[in-house]
Design a protein around this ligand. Structure first.
Ligand code: AMP
Ligand code: ZN
Length: 112
């Protein structure tokens, strides 16, 4: 499958890893929007929030279970924002479910 984040998940394309286990991978965004900008993905290909269902939703709860540890590993100490873009109007550019963890500095109150 021609999916950038599947290729990152299987090591075909390199990434700056923050955390990895059998289910998920966290790596630094190539184009950071803040001092710390990490992406967390399930290794399983789920195209977006629209495709989360009873059979794969454990990936989402598992990611949220690990987010505090990932944020800490990335050097975030004073809070962070978690964002996922879903579909056209949200400007989702990579069609593999991912959560942006953004922090490391004071963020604007409202983002876009
Ligand atoms: P989204 O717009 O929500 O789909 O987010 C996709 C994110 O992936 C953007 O913030 C990009 O900067 C990031 N990105 C694209 N290619 C790479 C890559 N090879 N390594 C790390 N991050 C990437
Ligand atoms: Zn994928």
């Amino acid at each position: 499958m021609d999916c950038l984040f599947c290729k990152i998940a299987n090591g075909e394309i390199p990434s700056k890893k923050v955390y990895e286990d059998s289910y998920i991978l966290a790596f630094h965004d190539i184009n950071p929007e803040a001092k710390v900008h990490v992406l967390v993905i399930p290794k399983e290909h789920i195209p977006s929030c629209d495709f989360v269902n009873a059979g794969n939703s454990f990936n989402v709860s598992y990611i949220f279970e690990k987010i505090p540890h990932i944020a800490k590993e990335a050097g975030i100490t004073n809070g962070y924002r978690v964002i996922t873009n879903c579909g056209e109007d949200a400007c989702q550019s990579v069609k593999h479910l991912h959560f942006h963890i953004i922090g490391g500095e004071k963020l604007p109150e409202h983002i876009r």
